[in-house]
Design a protein. Structure first.
Length: 308
């Protein structure tokens, strides 16, 4: 085999798995189709990760993870998108398009992707006012008006971040109450730049070359309202990136991988860690824990293969 353990996904779970695997002196590769860090790297401030009383930027924290994995000898391969995974004699074949690699065990940490609203104008104005990452694009909206769609932690965190740049932030949420944690709600309600359209849905995004306005419908009255904005940031949930493992491991009805407390899936030799795994809590700290558990489980599996 080219590698003893191959990790797919370079977010907190994948990097944690790389640290624990490589530290055990086995040949480890981490494959990431973009840049390492995952969604955590796009978070402006992580203030609930132990050891950082004042909080730390997601990018800085993930850079620490990456350097630690590299120090222990993990091979980090970026711009590597896995096209398919197939069983082979004693392991797995991973097709990367231009080449194929073999591995005795796989730790799958591919995470989740942002859901889309599928409303008129969303696709048309993507990159021209529509965004799914305030940390990435917020600075482009300095002294402008923006809307944030969603009411969970991600939406409110990003809305608060956007107030650093934007003149105003309108939060649009289909429920009458926000779902975010109380401390985030308190900060949002106390911020003079933030206003709310609760019990409402985004119907349409309009403009010429760039976003100029949105149409919002109140669910109880069906009244329509136009709001002038230059940007729309969408945070309505996520879908698991589990397509590669359909018909290979057991998934739940939403597509999340079902794995036991050892992060073992229904397929021997494949482990799942982080946001891709069916679990109630999805945080950096739980992803890090998953990565460590998956690595130890994979290492035990290698010992079985070697007959130890």
């Amino acid at each position: 085999m080219d590698y003893e353990i191959t990790i797919i996904g370079g977010g907190p779970a994948g990097l944690s798995a790389a640290i624990y695997s490589a530290r055990s002196l086995v040949k480890v590769a981490l494959l990431e189709k973009g840049l390492c860090g995952g969604q955590a790297a796009t978070t402006d401030l992580i203030e609930n990760y132990p050891g950082f009383p004042e909080g730390i930027s997601g990018m800085e924290l993930m850079d620490m993870f990456l350097k630690q994995a590299e120090r222990f000898g993990a091979e980090i391969i970026t711009s590597a998108e896995v096209k398919s995974i197939k069983e082979s004699d004693g392991g797995f074949i991973l097709d990367l398009g231009e080449r194929k690699i073999t591995s005795s065990a796989v730790i799958y940490c591919a995470g989740r992707s942002s859901l889309k609203l599928d409303v008129k104008g969303e696709e048309e104005f993507f990159g021209r006012g529509v965004s799914y990452c305030a940390t990435c694009d917020g600075a482009l909206f300095r002294n402008k008006d923006v809307a944030v769609v969603g009411g969970g932690d991600s939406a409110i965190e990003e809305a608060l971040f956007l107030t650093r740049f934007a003149d105003s932030v309108t939060i649009i949420h289909r429920r009458d109450e926000l779902r975010a944690t109380k401390i985030l709600q308190k900060r949002a309600f106390e911020n003079p730049k933030i206003s709310f359209e609760l019990g409402a849905v985004l119907e349409e995004i309009s403009g010429e070359r760039f976003v100029e306005s949105v149409k919002v419908k109140q669910l109880k009255s069906n009244l329509l309202k136009n709001i002038n904005v230059n940007g729309v940031f969408i945070y309505i949930g996520y879908k698991p990136n589990s397509e590669l493992l359909i018909n290979m491991v057991e998934l739940d009805d939403k597509g999340y991988i079902i794995a036991d407390s050892n992060c073992s899936t229904s397929q021997s030799g494949i482990y799942a860690a982080g946001d891709i795994r069916k679990s109630d809590l999805k945080q950096v700290v739980t992803s890090v824990s998953d990565g460590a558990v998956a690595a130890i489980s994979a290492l035990k599996y290698l010992e079985i293969l070697k007959g130890k």
